[in-house]
Design a protein. Structure first.
Lengths: 472, 161
């Protein structure tokens, strides 16, 4: 991106004044380029009248309701499940356990990261509130009632919740379903030049080291996840209304799981009440709704509640990053090195292409001109909900930016230098573009100093520093 | 049990279970799906309806408790094809993104403007403090409500009888 000083009037039409849109909806100021002025959104007239079409708004004739029984424990072997009392409930149509699904080869599904995930637990549960069984009933209240009638005997296994110790000898193996698995390791990944980076660090004037923890966060969209599955009994056609941000990927996975050809699956992503990446993964509840409709021959709705959404669906972050930065004593940054432990939960369900198992984390060199950089990462299983990359700004970029800017701040503190000054000194210069970073990414263009100075002016940086000095 | 209430100006008599929540009664039984179910713990406010003009979180309000009362949902804001200024304001000022929090947000705004036709920004922010927008569009929501305050017609919806 090149930054040029704007020569035209700035588009600061933030006042709630009548917009630059005529009563006929056409732009009233034709001299203005595309992107200026206000444009009315096409969906607003429906949404402000309460006429949205969210998944939970879908009502089909004869539709049944599905509710999921979840594990109270994070790690436990399932000894037995007694569903007879639930099945005897007058409004219950079906109660399905992992064993029932396994009999049809439906107990496991592929994830977006070349792993498998339990639709319903068969052997053991691997995170708190993992899906154990589901009930289909005539109404949503009865489905919930019947969950309380299912008796499950669990045998406690020590949960693995600290990713730092998850690889220690003697730690319970979470994924003993995977053949030959003897530890909680998922993958290692590295980028940059280890030897060149070590050489710079060995000769550096100053080295600063910091453990940077970016905890797990949850997108928590206003609308929770859910689906309405309708399998046509005669044609075998599946129509699925689903809270999904990735309907095409979903269709492929459902085809793989249910054994239906893709042309017989129609995934409808209607209005979505916020996603933020939380609605990219494929959750067991969606598959349960499909299976239920397939087995019963009626449309089935599953809508999770807020607690279910928070405890079981896709998260973001959960990186523990050991960062090191090497610099000269006058503040020229030379190299950055990091060792990352990535907590991927109980199943590797990160929504990242397998070519980039750490997403775009390789941009951790930031906007700085370095001599060398190196990253080593280990992804580890823990007894936490699976999922992975959430928030549009992510695919691990947020983690990378936090890492580099935090460690540059730490260096500024060590050198007793102004952190803004340190940054200005180390930016990639305009004449260096296109610039290839030490981790192999090409930045096509950029001019960071004016952008930084503009931000400092907008924030009143000098003034704030003066105020800080006065108060000390 | 039977409930008798007025919903958006129409008298309604329905058989319900005593435990039915107002949000599910409105959505599943009356088909008024504009009222949303977000957190079922009174935290998010997307389920807000007006009961006798007061904003109430319908996810933690029994339908039985609404019997004998006057309910306004988002579907009742538009009267005879005339949008409420709050609805118009949300369209004019980009007061919604995904639109899921919008019904509760607008009804809370309507109740505020009925009591205080000219609220300051601080008062507006206080009034919507029980409403969450996870798209985090609060600045434009505040502007939308200010727009409505500046374009208030003589018609007030859902005011106390």
């Amino acid at each position: 991106m090149t930054t040029t000083e704007p020569t035209t009037t700035e588009p600061t039409t933030t006042e709630p004044a009548p917009p630059a849109v005529g009563s006929d909806g056409a732009a009233s100021d034709e001299d203005r380029p595309v992107g200026f002025g206000n444009l009315r959104r096409k969906e607003d007239p429906r949404l402000i009248r309460g006429m949205g079409n969210f998944v939970d708004d879908v009502q089909l004739p004869g539709m049944l309701h599905l509710a999921i029984l979840r594990s109270p424990m994070a790690h436990a072997r399932i000894v037995s499940i007694d569903k007879s009392a639930a099945e005897a409930h007058p409004k219950v149509v079906a109660v399905i356990t992992g064993e029932d699904l396994a009999a049809q080869g439906l107990a496991w599904m592929p994830t977006l990261s070349n792993d498998v995930q339990a639709v319903l637990a068969t052997d053991k549960v691997r995170f708190q509130h993992q899906e154990v069984a589901f009930v289909v009933a005539e109404d949503r209240y009865s489905a919930r009632d019947a969950l309380e009638l299912i008796e499950v005997d669990y045998e406690w296994i020590d949960p693995v919740v600290d990713v730092r110790t998850a690889m220690d000898a003697g730690t319970p193996v979470i994924r003993d379903d995977l053949e030959g698995k003897t530890d909680n390791h998922i993958f290692d990944w590295e980028t940059g030049d280890e030897a060149a980076t070590k050489a710079v660090f060995d000769n550096a004037d100053v080295v600063v080291k910091e453990e940077i923890v970016y905890p797990r966060v949850h997108p928590a969209p206003m609308e929770t996840c859910g689906a309405v599955a309708d399998v046509e009994r005669v044609s075998g056609q599946l129509t699925l209304w689903c809270t999904t941000q990735a309907p095409h990927a979903h269709r492929t996975v459902y085809a793989l799981v249910a054994g239906l050809p893709e042309h017989k699956i129609r995934v409808i992503a209607p209005d979505i009440g916020g996603g933020f990446g939380n609605k990219v993964p494929i959750y067991p509840g969606y598959v349960c709704a499909i299976v239920a409709s397939l087995v019963i021959g009626k449309p089935v709705k599953w809508m999770e509640d807020r607690t279910e959404n928070l405890v079981s669906t896709g998260f973001a972050r959960d990186y523990i990053m050991e960062a090191e930065i090497a610099a000269t004593s006058d503040g020229t940054i030379q190299a950055i090195r990091t060792n990352v432990i990535a907590d991927h939960g109980a199943f590797n369900g990160v929504a990242a292409p397998t070519k980039y198992p750490a997403g775009f984390f390789g941009v951790f060199t930031g906007s700085y001109d370095l001599e060398a950089a190196f990253c080593k990462m280990s992804a580890i299983y823990t007894n936490k909900a699976p999922g992975g990359v959430a928030y549009a700004c992510s695919f691990r970029i947020t983690e990378a930016v936090y890492l580099v800017e935090r460690i540059v701040d730490c260096l500024a503190y060590e050198l007793e230098m102004d952190p803004a000054e340190l940054r200005l000194k180390n930016f990639i210069q305009p004449d260096q573009f296109p610039y290839e970073t030490r981790t192999g990414w090409v930045y096509d263009s950029g001019n960071y100093e004016p952008a930084m100075r503009k931000a400092m002016d907008m924030a009143g940086y000098e003034e704030l520093r003066r105020e800080q000095a006065d108060k000390r | 049990m039977q409930v008798d209430l007025t919903v958006n100006g129409t008298e309604v008599s329905e058989e319900i279970e005593p435990r039915h929540l107002l949000v599910h009664f409105l959505r599943d039984q009356l088909g008024l799906t504009g009222t949303h179910w977000g957190c079922d713990t009174s935290n998010c406010g997307t389920c807000v309806v007006l009961i006798d003009g007061e904003p109430v979180k319908s996810c933690t309000h029994l339908a039985a408790m609404a019997s004998g009362h006057d309910i306004t949902t988002v579907e009742g804001l538009e009267v005879d094809g005339e949008l409420d200024p709050v609805q118009e304001g949300f369209m004019q000022c980009h007061g919604l993104q995904c639109g899921f929090c919008t019904p509760g947000m607008m009804l809370t705004a309507r109740a505020l403007l009925n009591n205080n036709p000219n609220p300051s920004e601080g008062v507006i922010r206080e009034a919507i403090s029980g409403q969450i927008c996870r798209c985090t569009g609060y600045s434009t929501i505040v502007r939308s409500i200010q727009w409505a305050a500046n374009h208030e017609s003589a018609v007030t919806i859902g005011a106390s009888q």
